[in-house]
Design a protein around this ligand. Sequence first.
Ligand code: ATP
Ligand code: MG
Ligand code: FE
Length: 332
Amino acid sequence: IYILAIESSCDETSASVIYNGKVLNNIVATQSVHEKYGGVVPELASRAHQENIVPVVSEALSSAGISKNQLSAIAFTRGPGLMGALLVGVSFAKSLAQALDIPLIEVNHMQAHVLAHFIEDPKPSFPFLCLTVSGGHTQLVLVKDHLEMEVIGETRDDAVGEAFDKTAKLLGLPYPGGPLIDRYAKEGNPKAFQFPVTRMPGLDFSFSGIKTAVLYFLQDKMKENPNFIQENLPDLCASIQYTLIEMLRIKLEEASKKLKIKEIAIAGGVSANSGLRNTLTQLAKKKGWNLYIPKFEYCTDNAGMIAIAAHYKFLKEEFSSLDVTPLAKMKI
Ligand code: ATP
Ligand code: MG
Ligand code: FE
């Protein structure tokens, strides 16, 4: 069984072919147009998806060595994401499924981030806890089965990836700043500057406060020394990153204790962060957790994760009708 999967929820156009549960390829076209605007511009994202989708799909099919007539289903991201961006993938998938007269499979993007753990070994066993940290979401997910998940905690405001990107912007770094903070943090002292660790009730998070804290802190320091940022960039990045990771670590530890679960996974773009990976790897040793960290290419947006989700849906014959429409705010 070959399934073609398409991802177009934000600023990556991606296609992947999966064969009997094995992801054969994962073609990703990252849109660079947004860099100069300091964030994703929805209209430009939509246009770039329109330009990229045919070449990306063709490459996925040719690298799998198959023609479209060999496909058994077409999968796509239904949501959550940018409406105009989702529409491109949804329309493309619908037309192709209709033309080939094969089933259509809708995938929830946040479920797919979690299911990225089933692309390769070692795979977590059920039930496990997944901390999904991305550009638009921060969720603690109780994963009971491949397609059965429950959000047990989430951010009340900004996502942690957003906090990385927005504080990076305050430091004058280009979009997306998360990976750059990660890079500079490696040479800095995480205890050089102190920023407040916001604690929400229960298992929820809040990441909007750090942006303001960093803004006021920088304004203050720049008054004394206009070169403050340039002279302290690694220490600033390390301190901001440390604070963000602390907020994640505290809630993950609480959730594990509360639910008595030691199977722990992380997912989403921010799970590429080396500070988070190191912190949780050490914590896992101390706590006796089995920690699962996805390969870099399956952390940020990719169609491989849509393909693996589609594989499980295909087995259960969970198909969508041809009049399906995107959902910008789709729940898990
Ligand atoms: P969502 O999945 O919530 O819809 P999204 O798809 O835009 O949002 P992803 O592509 O999963 O999010 O992740 C992108 C985010 O990950 C960006 O905020 C980016 O800065 C962040 N990110 C990527 N690599 C790193 C890193 N090494 N350190 C910190 N943040 C990172
Ligand atoms: Mg992206
Ligand atoms: Fe994502």
